[in-house]
Each structure stands twice: as structure tokens, then as C-alpha cells.
Design a protein around this ligand. Sequence first.
Ligand SMILES: O=C(O)CCC(=O)C(=O)O
Ligand SMILES: [Fe+2]
Length: 298
Amino acid sequence: MPKHLGQYLNELVAVSSHVGGTNADLPRMKDVWPGLQRLVNQILKNLQGSPGYVVLQALPLLTLEQKYHEALLLRIAETLGIPGRTGGANSKLIWEVRPRSDLPTGYVPSITERDGAADLHTDSQYRSYPEGCVLLFVVRPASSGGETLLLDADTLLESLTSGVEGRAAYDVLRQARFPFAVPMAFRTESQTPEYVAATIFSETPVIRYRHDAIIEGFAIDPDLATKDARWALDTLSEVIRNTAAKTTREALSAGDIILINNHRLLHGRTDFTDTRRLLLRLRIDIRQPQGQAEHDGS
Ligand SMILES: O=C(O)CCC(=O)C(=O)O
Ligand SMILES: [Fe+2]
């Protein structure tokens, strides 16, 4: 990452803290800081090219009062595109990734609501158009573990298609529709199982993948759980496990932001038990011209 990105962000935070006030009072960043477009272009270049992710280190966000964190993250996100809502009964733009202790019995927590490792996946697979970027802001890292894992679809595809079986599986994975169950937390009515059917590989997104969501989807619609689909999915998940050596690991610190290309990279995390770990997550649709986001309407 170019070193000066962090500097830009420091300026951005400085500008914002001068402005102060609540979220609604904060002006659009590009209006108060014309140089912002350069930062945005740098970030998008890193996201869309190689390595497909950007880490902004040691941002001074945490030195500000907590009430500004979310407002500033939204402002940063909307310079890149349109922040997406989680959906569900309590639809949110900013989602707290932290182990919950207060969940009702019978509720199946998602990886964002529990401790432990998270298998490599893409976000919003259960949306017809998954947002192109995932932003994670580290408020408190785990005392040990909970590191970010990243795997590029190109690297994965190279491994998958290196043999005859893998190539046959790849054909199924880009032709058959797989059911991606909507996580309980984001369903419109928590009792109704819902899913979105889509191929795992396509042009956009290059990859859409979350193993447990597909297994759950197969249970909701067994017609999609054909022998071929199950075989291709098993083949892919085994290749992902075997590609661990090619997975990038990022140990993020408090105050860091990571932006991940959600159309091309899988992400996950290593095991952790520290229940104080807290990240804030946003998903950003980066198709739109930057700075035009209307996040507080619908
Ligand atoms: O906990 C993490 O590091 C990642 C969480 C994640 O992948 C998500 O919230 O979608
Ligand atoms: Fe995720």
C-alpha cells in the first residue's frame, strides 16, 4: 500500500473532527476536502487490481469519541460508493462483528456473532448483487488469534483447474445454480428460510462462496442439491482447504481498516476466544460514482 494513504486518512479524520456534530451534520467529505478524490482513486486501484485489498494502518479514528466512529466510517465508505444495508428486521449500515452472549436459545449465530475461526467466504452471497467491497474497522483485536485470511480467486482457480477432476468441477460451479441461505440475522422474518440461487463462479462476482450457507440452502431446496452440485462443492471446498499455504494472513491492530474486493477475494479469520474482540463492518457497492451515496433515505 502506498505510505501516504494513511496520511490522507489522517487528514480526513482531522477535517471531520473539526466539523464535529452528529452523522447528519457531517458534510460530504469531498465537499470539505477536494484532495480526497486522489485517495479514493488509490484505494480503488488497489482493490480492483492486485492484491485486491488495502490495509489502512493506525488511523486516528480511535482517538475520537466513539460517537464519531460510525459517522466517520460511513463518510469514508460513501467516498468509495454506496454503503449497503444488512437487511432483516434490524437492517443496519454498520454491523458489529463481536461474540454475543445474549442470544436466544435455538438461534444459530453467524460467524459475526460468535468467537472461533471463520472459513474462507465472500460476503453478501445471499444477495442478487453482492457489494464489491467489504470494509472492516478494528476497534479491539482479539488478545490472540482472530487474524484476517485472504485468498484470491485467481490463485484458487489455478489450483482447482490444474487437474481433470477440478476442471470438470469448475464447469459445474459456473453453470449450476447453488442456493445461498440468508443468515437468520438478516431474514425479513426470522422464521422463514430464504435463499438466493446463483452460480459460484461468474463474471461478476468472479466468486460467490460460503460453504455453510450453501449446505443450509440445499436443505431449504433439495432440488438444487443434485449429485453433481454436491460433488463439485466438495471438490471446491477441499481445494480451498489445500490452498491454505497460498492464503495471505493479516494481523490487524486497533485503529486499522481493511478494504477487501468482495467480488474476487475470499476472506476469513483464524481462531480466537477473546469475547472482547470488536470489528465494525460495512459493505460498499463500488459501482456508483463516488461521493453520491444516499445512505440515510430508505
Ligand atoms: O471477524 C472477522 O475477522 C471477519 C468477519 C467477517 O468475515 C464478516 O463479518 O463477514
Ligand atoms: Fe465476511
